[in-house]
Write a protein that binds this ligand. Structure first.
Ligand code: RB5
Length: 145
């Protein structure tokens, strides 16, 4: 299952992303919001992140207007490595090197086709482990202090 959430600034892009993922036969759980009415992006991050850290979701997708606020909020959750991506190269690398478990995007920044290509790059990449795991362990050490 893929956990997804957005605030009002990311709502339209989220709908397009869900449509794309479901057209591929993937299971998606939408944690809100459910309209363009204004909501607070930290609440959406707080709904999606536990699904990822508890292992209910394979990974999370979070979208707000810029992707910035919701990525900041997501990264406050223990065990979350949320990456704000605006290009496919970064999306591929953040899986390979950072093992990002949440990908964030800006609904007011990206067109639908670009967002989907970013998401595909992330989903098609594999974590490379090795020296990258050692660096993630150092991040976890900071988190545990
Ligand atoms: C909401 O207007 C907007 O601030 C939010 O979607 C996001 O861009 C915050 O970082």
């Amino acid at each position: 299952m893929i956990a997804i959430g957005s605030d009002h600034g990311g709502y339209e892009l989220k709908c397009a992303v869900i449509k794309h993922l479901e057209s591929k036969g993937l299971e998606v759980k939408d944690f809100g919001c459910y309209s363009k009415d204004s909501v607070n992006y930290p609440d959406i991050a707080a709904a999606v992140c536990p699904a990822v850290t508890k292992g209910e979701a394979d990974f999370g997708i979070l979208i707000c207007g810029t992707g910035i606020g919701i990525s900041i909020a997501a990264n406050k959750h223990k065990g979350i490595r949320a990456a704000l991506c605006s290009d496919a190269y970064s999306a591929e690398k953040t899986k390979q090197h950072n093992n990002a478990n949440v990908i964030c995007m800006g609904g007011r920044v990206l067109g639908e086709d670009l967002a989907i290509s970013i998401l595909e790059a992330y989903m098609n990449a594999e974590f490379e482990g090795g020296r990258h795991q050692a660096r993630i362990d150092l991040i976890t050490d900071i988190e545990n202090k």
